[in-house]
Design a protein around this ligand. Sequence first.
Ligand code: ADP
Length: 369
Amino acid sequence: MTRKLKFNSIRNIEILTQEKNKAEAIIESISDGILVIDKFFKIELINRAAQNIFDVKEKYVFQQHILELIYNKEIFEMAKNSMKDNEIGFSKKFVDLNIQRGENKLEYCRVYVHSMKTIKGIVGVVILLQNITKLKEIEMVKSEFVSTVSHEFRTPLTSMNMSIELLLKESLGSLNLEQKELLLILKEEEKRLRNLVEDLLDLSKIESGRIELKFMPHRLNELYEIVYNSLKIQLENNKINFKFQDVKNLPKVRIDINKISWVMINLISNAIRYVDHNGKGRIEVLAKKINEKILIEVRDNGIGIEKQYQERIFDKFMRIESENTPATTGTGLGLSISREIIKSHSGEIWVKSVINEGSQFFFTLDSVY
Ligand code: ADP
């Protein structure tokens, strides 16, 4: 009996060792970097790919604090947040990390953080590092191309606009009604194209980091005033119930006020398009403080967005065309630009929506103490 028990336990240990070796071999062979840290943020495991990314040997970083290897506040915050049982809803999904290789070479890693849960609760976190250097390089070429082409469009568009204006003023001879109507359509189309070109230029500037942001501490009321002044007429003309929640007690935010007001104007203009225009439409802007962030919400009771589109509407040129969607003249770039602006403020933007009930757009900003 004892011999049998002993035999079984040896056999179990063998199986366990085999499984452990198998798991280690898999982790080592994965081309993405993997780092495991314990509850005290000490490195427990670093696979070969992660050692290559940081150009370190396992024996030198084992049991070191994660901040000694990756000095990045955002990643540390993500790890800290993942250690908590009640993760905050807006915690980031990933962070892009720049790694300097030699003097002129930069590599890019996308970093994901996941908690490791066992029956005893959270025992640590896994940090996944994906090398996205090629992807970034392609994005940069694409962005440069778009920027050059858009720029080249500007001059002919300006002269088209001037010619249309001249013709409409009848400076070159009088026009009949049909000619005028055609010119007005032409003017509208020219405006649409110009907006698209401007949006594309803005987007490529922000994406490539060529835009200079002027970060300053501002009260939310200052921001709301700019936003309201630019939307006042639109809101009044459309008989929409609009409200900013009181923000007197909230701390200041660290923002480029022009850029963030652009985001809010875009979100509220979208909401205006998709709510009822006969008195039942409601739009509200709410804000609250969560840890070091301010969470802003633009809420409407409009047509809502189907689940399948809720992530994709932040992609370039994504517009939902359906029977229920009013035919509007947007470019499908507003939310991509908004996402880039919020990203440049180290924030997040996302949407929650129920079809026929309304949408809630959320974004986060850094608060100032
Ligand atoms: P645009 O408004 O120029 O079309 P956006 O990027 O701002 O581009 O928006 C993308 C799409 O998301 C819109 O075309 C619309 O289908 C959808 N959308 C945005 N905001 C709302 C909203 N508040 N309610 C319903 N649909 C919305």
